[in-house]
Design a protein around this ligand. Structure first.
Ligand code: PRP
Ligand code: URA
Length: 210
């Protein structure tokens, strides 16, 4: 698995506001989307394109277009939904599939409560969106869902990650073509499985359920 941790002052600045417990939901939502757009630059570096000939007002030239089959973007509900618009602004022709997953807060095991993905992902590039990579259980399960259906490669984009989660995903997806793009690599998990320093519960903060 390739891991890319962002290193840019604008990202760190936006993350600082996102982490702040006093940041209200509307600002939190706007920042989540902005961070996704900034991370998209790195995350889409290997998006497949094909050559395309066009006519400019001056001459004929060859550029590129996004290749078929179109990339599939998969936000993990709920919190991943907060990143969807940020990526779709840059990849407007991508298809969107949904995975609903939640972590049992006692056992920390993820369970899947909704799935709306194409049955056949042969030859598809997939982008998984989830702001938080904590124990890694949810992301590893989501990535397996996609490879089991034939995905060719998966790029996961998370705003914060813990070392424990990265190690777990790395172990569980060994042998597959996976890239992880992170806004920041945090210190550790606490006893409740929350990322430290983190930002708290991303879903609650996005949707005002605190
Ligand atoms: C959060 C987060 C991830 C998961 C990360 O979702 O958005 O999906 O926890 O934890 P893990 O790495 O230990 O699996 P949550 O289960 O709180 O659901 P929500 O998005 O509906 O709030
Ligand atoms: N899920 C969250 O929303 N936050 C964490 O810190 C860990 C899991």
């Amino acid at each position: 698995m390739r891991v890319h941790v962002a290193d840019h002052p604008l990202i760190t600045h936006k993350l600082t506001v996102l982490r702040d417990r006093d940041t209200p939901s509307p600002t939190f939502r706007a920042l989540t989307n902005e961070l996704m757009t900034l991370l998209a630059y790195e995350a889409t570096r290997n998006v497949r394109v094909v050559e395309k000939r066009i006519e400019t007002p001056v001459t004929s030239t060859v550029g590129v277009a996004i290749a078929e089959p179109r990339p599939l973007v998969v936000p993990i509900l709920r919190a991943g939904l907060g990143m969807l618009d940020g990526l779709m602004q840059l990849l407007p022709t991508a298809e969107v599939g949904f995975l609903g997953m939640a972590r049992n807060e006692e056992t920390l095991q993820p369970y899947t409560y909704a799935e709306r993905l194409p049955d056949d992902l042969s030859d598809r590039q997939c982008f998984v969106l989830d702001p938080m990579l904590a124990t890694g259980g949810s992301l590893a399960a989501a990535i397996h869902f996609l490879f089991d259906r034939g995905a060719v490669d998966v790029t996961a984009i998370c705003i914060l990650g813990a070392p424990e989660g990265i190690e777990r995903v790395e172990r569980e997806v060994e042998g597959h073509d996976v890239t992880l793009v992170l806004g920041a690599l945090d210190e550790r998990l606490n006893e409740q499985g929350y990322i430290v320093p983190g930002l708290g519960d991303a879903g609650d903060r996005l949707y005002g359920t605190v």
